[in-house]
Design a protein around this ligand. Sequence first.
Ligand code: SF4
Ligand code: SF3
Length: 550
Amino acid sequence: MSMFCFQCQETAKGVGCTIAGVCGKKEDLAQMQDVLIYVLKGLSIYAIEARKHGKENDVVNKFVFDGLFMTITNANFDKARFVEKISEGIKLRQDIEVDLDKAGIKIDKSKLHHSALWNPMSTKEYELMAPSVGVLSTNNEDIRSLRELLVYGIKGMAAYAEHAFNLGYTDNNLFKFMQEGLAATTNNNLTAEELVALVLECGSKGVSVMALLDKANTSTYGNPEISKVNIGVKGNPGILISGHDLKDMEELLKQTENSGVDIYTHSEMLPAHYYPAFKKYKHFVGNYGNAWWKQREEFATFNGPILFTTNCIVPPPANAVYKDKIYTTGASGLDGATHITANAHGKKDFSMIIEHAKKCAPPTEIEKGEIIGGFAHNQVIALADKVVDAVKSGAIRKFFVMAGCDGRMKTRDYYTEFAEKLPKDTVILTAGCAKYRYNKLQLGDIGGIPRVLDAGQCNDSYSLAVIALKLKEVFELNDVNDLPIAYNIAWYEQKAVIVLLALLSLGVKNIHLGPTLPAFLSPNVAKVLVEKFGIAPIGSVDEDMKIFLN
Ligand code: SF4
Ligand code: SF3
């Protein structure tokens, strides 16, 4: 077997990608990602040692979350960047060792895991190391399952930590947990119970990291507010910005002001339109297209350049007309695309993309109209009286949290059908790119409250939890599960894993998860989740509807 990866929902045959990734990840890239994770584990072991002696290392903290983010599904397809990152990680670990040594602190190396001791002489050794450090290097399937579940949760945390960091918000406790979690996956003495406890702790850290990012986003750009977003096009050339990073969004808007180039959002960047700070830009004209997986067709008709700030990238086919129009930044990357890095002051220069856009035709219109969103916690709580009255009067029977990710699988039609078949006295609460399965349906409103309330990006699932907790308080309930809220969540990549673990840590039970359960859950681990939290797979729309409405 040349590679093994089962971290996302689309993994081959629902078991694992072994020849190449369904996502487009090739064997050699998969190997470098495995080696990078291994190096991050070794680096974390040293960072933990240094912390014991009062040495918090900001460079290492950033390096670890950035490295983790690079390995998220569809984030980075540039093998050279991984090779560089592995070398840098080993060097950082060696630097800590020298630093501790200088301070007279000796580490007992006989007790260290190999990941903290590995000193390759050349990059050639990275490839040789790969087969022995991947997912399958843990033989016991339950321990493997728990280790991977923990790593994927931490990857999700890393993504959100990076966005918060980019806006100047950090929390060393979160970095400490991420590193301790990574190190824990190298400890053969940990029992399954201890690993389960770490997975659950990861969930509560997930709540903290989403709260931190929420604070970063809303303090910097204001609270999202009800907004109508144009899905048609204007006559100027445009730049399409995708991914999740709002700092990049802001920079691009600033640098394109008065340039004659319009800015359009794609996929998970749509919620940028809900923030007051971005509304003031007249050239911020709309959202183009749908969820990430439709990008091959949509990028071709967009005509202008595309900036990826994070996942989800679909590697373009060799003959794609937009192939030379892709730019990446941050943790994202694509072999052959131009990568834009920040200068020493953290500034990014997007002038190359802007000049490129000026030479391109305006986008071709693929749809017309508007979609409505901006129902993050502050906005919904401002409408609380109206919402509570509607629940009390019976006008709203139930809320359905349908947050998460979208993806290519045909079975995801379930979510469109489910939204269509929901009774008219129910409201969908959504966040993440899952919304594209139903956010353009005409589902109407209940007394002025739209039947699809979009809180924002996947991390704004935090908003949905805040709303649920607020309703629990208003209705004076002891248990969040007594609210008229059902959870029918779609997942794809590792940010959905941290969102799920976060909801579990808040006590939410009976979440239905689809379109398939994660391949990385062993039967025993899945059993724990079912017994402890009532997690269930999706069934048919009609059967599930009955279960949810009873
Ligand atoms: Fe396969 Fe998903 Fe891993 Fe890509 S990220 S290799 S599709 S399991
Ligand atoms: Fe979507 Fe990739 Fe997960 Fe942020 S953009 S939700 S899949």
